[in-house]
Design a protein around this ligand. Structure first.
Ligand code: G3H
Ligand code: 13P
Ligand code: ZN
Ligand code: NA
Length: 308
């Protein structure tokens, strides 16, 4: 069935594992993810961004996710990723989403609280859970470059106040991850001391890690081998994700790894089979590449296998 993340996060927190928040944009991506989750007997969160809604048309995504629920029988959360405003949140709740993110992290603290609280009141009255964000992930969320990394990271005391005053169900924290394929220039580094402090101060409360793709080297290499250009692409090492999952982090967001798995497969196919032009011939293997990558994440990194 379509479920909220309430019970999933409770069990994940207690079990020291995390649920994958996977971004979906079309049928092959959805099928690859849920086929993997089904084989691993894992709950899964399918998340839709504003860009995904614009690309696919909301009704198509909704119906595809309904089909995935019917086909797999899995507990699936349909989640809005980085909801920018109340109107978008409202539209998604009307569309049957069981979870929404309101991302007002670019606003000052009090404004973030006000906007988030408004969403919480609306969503909770309709049985929908809310994720919000405090602190800012590097790079993507704003053109303004903040001089000190410290300024963008989540402040643990503010996190406690934010959770108490908004009534949210989960909190996305900034500890050094960022969106996309270029997360670190040198050695990958996350502020685990900060994550441990937040976990302690918000004992039992589910945290979310955005920008958590590993940018898996084999996909980057394959893209580059078959005509791509991704020099210096680097993500979050899987050991760090395991460590985050063992702390308060209950949801780990993955989009870039899906994109890379799909693109690497298609690039290889086109180079090896220039005579082919049937989309099923290259989208089939691309879907399979997503499935294998997601299985690996669920089994070896998130730890959510056999949890349903
Ligand atoms: O937060 C970023 C996710 O990867 C979604 O990306 O906005 O291009 O769909 P998108
Ligand atoms: P990645 O770009 O690391 O996959 O992050 C995805 C994400 O945080 C979606 O909200
Ligand atoms: Zn994100
Ligand atoms: Na955890």
């Amino acid at each position: 069935p379509l479920v909220t993340s309430k019970e999933l996060f409770k069990k994940a927190y207690e079990g020291g594992y995390a649920i994958g928040g996977f971004n979906v944009n079309n049928m092959e991506i959805i099928q690859g993810i849920v086929d993997a989750a089904k084989e691993e007997k894992s709950p899964v969160i399918l998340q839709v961004s504003a860009g995904a809604r614009k690309y696919a048309n909301p009704i198509y995504l909704k119906k595809l996710v309904e089909a995935a629920v019917e086909d797999t029988g899995l507990p699936i959360v349909l989640h809005l990723d980085h909801g920018e405003n109340f109107d978008l949140v409202k539209a998604c709740i009307e569309n049957g989403f069981t979870s929404v993110m309101i991302d007002a992290s670019k606003y000052p603290f009090e404004e973030n609280i006000r906007i988030t609280k408004e969403v919480v009141d609306y969503a909770h009255s309709r049985g929908v859970v809310v994720e919000a964000e405090l602190g800012r992930l590097a790079g993507v969320e704003d053109a303004v470059k903040v001089s000190s990394a410290e300024a963008t990271y989540t402040d643990p005391d503010q996190a406690v106040e934010f959770v108490e005053r908004t009534g949210i169900d989960s909190l996305a924290v900034a500890i050094g991850t960022s969106h996309g394929a270029y997360k670190f220039k040198g050695e990958p580094k996350l502020d685990f001391e900060r994550l441990e402090t937040i976990t302690k101060k918000l004992a039992g409360f589910p945290l979310v890690l955005h920008g958590a793709s590993t940018v898996m080297p084999e996909f980057v290499a394959k893209c580059n081998e078959y005509g791509g250009k991704l020099p210096g692409a680097q993500g979050v090492p899987e050991d760090m994700l395991r460590k985050a999952a063992s702390l308060g982090v209950c949801k780990i967001n993955i989009d870039t790894d899906l994109r890379l798995a799909m693109t690497a497969s298609i690039r290889e196919f086109f180079v090896k089979h220039p005579e082919e032009f049937d989309p099923r011939k290259y989208l089939g293997p691309a879907r399979e590449a997503i499935k294998q990558m997601v299985k690996h994440k669920i089994k070896d990194v998130l730890g959510s296998s056999n949890r349903i």
